[in-house]
Design a protein around this ligand. Structure first.
Ligand SMILES: *Cc1c(COP(=O)(O)O)cnc(C)c1O
Length: 423
């Protein structure tokens, strides 16, 4: 199978006349079609809501597109909560799924009415001391431990993950929260990441639904929602079969009807906190080949680096690369595609078969729409790039300007040394 960029070579040549590379480009049409398909797949559940995982792509323009479809925000920190609040999301449209949470973040989440999803049993006391009470609506994150398996293959290792309550803590936690005045309960779990299988959500749902039934029976808690969180993956590699969200929705429906409905829990709302699935394929990093180096290997040096996309350096993650205008040429060369950091991990691809690349060629690095720009950092004093939206009508809009040296030095503005430095 071939992976096609969502932008044509002709379009991209026009775009780069206006905006110099590197930049992240986002596909409005792709984002809209995908969120519609997600909503449709879960339309059988009356209370269904996607709380977009803001950390994946914290851009207000992109989040506002999802807001049009009734999505909320899932936040993990103070600034993400501030962003959601600034975009006028109602309190119950904001989920605060944090961990090792600082007190001021709980305080702020409570002030804006966000739903707090506790990561740990000890956070019950911590929250009560911090905000002076337990909110009426509260959620707990569950971690059953062990290995998470689907049809005998290991998907992930929750037993090794820092998140969530154990089973015993969850039951005890619900009892304690109820005593302290909580009325509306939610359960949340995130047990495997980037799953490229239609079975993940239904398997996770079964665990959560069965736990919810027991929790209701044993603690009397009124469970209003079950949050399947993130984890639906995307096919980064061209030979991977994409998830079918309709099949996933139907798979979850089947388990819902088998487990929750007979237990008299047919009114429980389902929530998701997808990040990667919502945005991943609808963003790409556009960079120009600026150097060729022939040493012990063949290198192409780009004007983007790991600061713009960290996943390959951090996880060895595969991101497909298209050499624009050479899409139909045979893969004659083997390259390492590198950035300019003084850090040997700074490679977007290692030993990648590609058409012959010439200096000035535009490279599209696929599937950077989630956990792409957002993971950026400033090592080597490198600056973060612009973000640009390719709109449905083919026009473009700048949705984040590139960083400038002034931004980089801004945190020295409380000292007089900046005045003495000349840029
Ligand atoms: C990161 C995260 C998500 C989103 O994960 P994806 O893999 O992007 O779907 C959702 N919920 C929580 C709590 C997270 O930490």
């Amino acid at each position: 199978m071939k992976k096609e960029p969502f932008v044509t070579y002709e379009q991209l040549k026009e775009i780069t006349k206006k905006y110099p590379t590197p930049f992240h480009l986002y596909d409005e049409k792709g984002i809209r079609d995908n969120v519609k398909a997600l909503k449709d797949a879960f339309s059988w559940n009356k209370g269904f809501k996607e709380y977009f995982a803001v950390k994946a792509t914290p851009n207000p323009f992109l989040i506002n597109i999802l807001k049009e479809y009734g999505c909320g925000c899932d936040c993990s920190s103070l600034t993400e909560l501030m962003l959601a609040n600034a975009l006028d999301f109602a309190g119950n449209d904001i989920m605060f799924s944090s961990n090792a949470t600082p007190a001021n973040e709980f305080k702020y989440a409570d002030e804006i009415g966000a739903i707090i999803n506790l990561d740990d049993f000890t956070h019950i006391d911590f929250l009560e001391k911090t905000i002076g009470r337990i909110p009426e609506t509260i959620s707990c994150r569950y971690n059953p431990g062990g290995l998470f398996k689907i049809s005998n293959s290991i998907m992930d290792n929750p037993g090794d993950a820092k998140y969530g309550f154990t089973t015993e803590q969850l039951f005890e936690g619900f009892r304690v929260l109820k005593e302290k005045g909580a009325k509306n309960f939610g359960i949340h779990a995130f047990l495997a990441s980037n799953t490229v299988t239609n079975e993940y959500y239904p398997t996770l749902a079964k665990t959560l639904f069965e736990t919810a039934v027991k929790l209701k029976e044993e603690t009397g808690a009124d469970i209003k929602f079950i949050n399947l969180s993130g984890g639906i993956g995307i096919p980064y590699k061209p030979d991977e079969e994409p998830n079918d969200i309709k099949v996933i929705g139907e798979g979850v429906r089947k388990v819902y009807e088998e487990v929750l409905v007979p237990a008299g829990m047919g009114d429980v709302a389902l929530y998701t906190e997808l990040g990667r699935f919502m945005m991943g394929p609808y963003g790409c990093l556009v960079t120009t080949a600026i150097h060729q180096k022939h040493t012990h290997k063949e290198y192409i040096g780009c004007d983007a680096c790991a600061v713009n996309l960290m996943r390959p350096a951090m996880y060895g993650a595969y991101h497909h690369i298209t050499v624009m205008g050479k899409d139909n040429e045979i893969l004659t060369n083997t390259y390492d595609i590198t950035g300019s950091l003084c850090e040997n991990n700074d490679k977007f691809a290692v030993d990648r078969r590609l058409p012959k690349i010439d200096i000035g060629d535009l490279l599209v690095i696929h599937d950077t729409g989630a956990h792409g720009f957002a993971m950026g950092y400033n090592y080597n004093g490198k600056l973060k790039s612009a973000e640009i939206l390719l709109k449905e009508d083919g026009s473009t809009q700048l949705i984040r300007r590139p960083e400038t040296p002034e931004d980089y030095f801004a945190t020295f503005d409380c000292f007089d040394i900046l005045d003495k430095m000349k840029f």
